[in-house]
Ligand binder design. Structure first.
Ligand code: GLU
Length: 443
């Protein structure tokens, strides 16, 4: 049997790092075991799901490089959910309930005020045929609850180890709303069955759902997949992730110049005891992946760590990769190799491109010195040896050395006090612009 994984976002918003982590881990696990990865769009909530978010999710996953083998939309599958509904009903596992939202609210409040757990009391199970007929005559439409076996459901979780959930303390979940639309549980289980999902990896906020899903799998006569529940991402101080810290969307991160491989490198190791290493491609991330390395303790996401990783990845990035990421007409490998060590985010390359191609305003403190230095610029085509030859000549002729020699030249040629190695910058800037800048002109 082929291992099959799925990532199941609801297209009610853009993906953020927490979602990306789940997508990535499912994808990595699938690749590691030669399995398949399904993207499932949980778009049954018609009011909140939009085409824009559905497209946005696909763009963001593609940007990360998490290519899916199959794309499914729950909105295409209502007849499958209807069939499962009929099957569960015939098996006596669904019962109609006629309480209104207010009535249920009232019951819950009464239970809470008596310090009782707010568990549904199953009163709808006791309705007589006459009572049901009376509700129907009133025009009330039922919602349908799944009759839970009141037993302990257990599984061996790939992250949490042995898990047991006592379903006796849970309300029978509503599977179908009174308008006939299924809620999350039934479509999720039906899809996992129909698509042959062998491993369900999701957030730990789904642990109690898993207990009831296991009962639904069994009630539908299906094999129960394996489960792993990952702890949610926390901010660097252990509190919930704030917008500033990284609950920001992937597209915001992309716009801020973050490279997808820094996100992948970080998220693939966060919450494990493995070191986070800067990885330039997904294949090497797959190699080191092992679900059992993930701990059940909360994983802390630190944007400073992401930034640092991003810089490290850019510093090593080959031009082959970088050329699709920098959008600069005429930029070439020589430019990239010169500047990659001096950027934190890809968009910083634009500033260096501007520095190279100009116009820039030279920073000039001592024009007379620059004039004399300009006269010593080697003849012929400039190459990477020219800077050394030139500064050597300036040192010999003018008796200036160290910072007093290099800084005025750098400032005149680039308008900045720091930056990439000047032997490369000089070649990129070229003789004409170099002479103009040394003469104090904007070029
Ligand atoms: N759409 C659900 C969510 O985003 C899917 C959960 C699951 O993986 O089953 O929470």
């Amino acid at each position: 049997m082929t291992a099959k994984f799925r990532f199941a976002p609801s297209p009610t918003g853009y993906l953020h790092v927490g979602n990306a982590r789940l997508a990535l881990i499912n994808w990595l696990y699938a690749k590691k075991v030669g399995g398949a990865f399904v993207l499932r769009l949980d778009d049954t909530d018609e009011e909140r799901s939009t085409e824009e978010y559905a497209t946005g999710i696909q763009q963001d996953l593609s940007w990360l490089g998490l290519v899916w083998d199959d794309l499914k939309k729950q909105s295409d599958r209502s007849s499958n959910y209807q069939a499962a509904f009929e099957k569960l009903k015939a098996a006596g596992r669904l019962y109609p309930c006629y309480e209104t939202g207010e009535e249920l609210d009232y019951k819950r409040k009464r239970q809470l005020s008596r310090k009782l757990p707010p568990v549904y009391d199953r009163s709808a199970l006791k309705l007589t045929d006459e009572e049901i007929a009376a509700y129907e005559a009133e025009g009330r439409k039922p919602h349908w609850r799944f009759l839970l076996d009141q037993e302990v459901v257990g599984w061996t979780d790939d992250v949490r180890g042995s898990v047991e959930v006592d379903c006796a303390s849970m309300s029978d979940p509503v599977l179908i709303r009174s308008d006939g639309r299924p809620l999350y549980h039934l479509p999720s289980v039906v899809d996992d069955i129909d698509f042959g999902i062998t491993h369900v990896i999701r957030g730990e906020d789904h642990v109690s759902n898993t207990a009831l899903h296991i009962q639904i799998f069994k009630a539908l006569g299906a094999e129960v997949p394996g489960f792993a529940h990952l702890p949610l991402l926390m901010g660097p101080d252990g509190g919930p992730l704030s917008k500033r810290e990284g609950s920001q969307s992937l597209r915001e991160l992309r716009e801020s110049g973050v490279d997808p491989m820094s996100i992948n490198s970080l998220l693939a190791r966060l919450g494990t005891s493995d070191n986070v290493e800067a990885r330039g491609d997904l294949a090497t991330v797959v190699d080191g992946f092992d679900i059992s390395r993930f701990s059940r303790a909360a994983a802390k996401f630190d944007p400073a760590e992401l930034k640092n990783l991003n810089a490290r990845i850019l510093h090593e990035m080959p031009w082959e990769t970088a050329k699709d990421r920098v959008d600069l007409d005429g930029a070439d490998e020589a430019f990239w190799l010169a500047i990659r060590g001096n950027i934190d985010v890809i968009s910083d390359a634009t500033d260096w491109w501007q520095t190279v191609t100009g116009p820039i305003t030279p920073v000039v403190e001592d024009q007379a010195f620059l004039d004399k230095a300009a006269a010593l610029l080697p003849d012929g085509e400039l190459d990477e040896g020219s800077w050394k030859a030139w500064t050597g000549a300036v040192k010999d002729e003018l008796g200036v050395k160290g910072k007093a020699l290099f800084m005025p030249l750098r400032q005149a040629l680039t308008g900045k006090s720091h930056g990439p190695e000047m032997n490369r910058m000089l070649v990129l800037i070229g003789r004409d612009k170099a002479l103009a800048r040394l003469a104090g002109k904007s070029a």
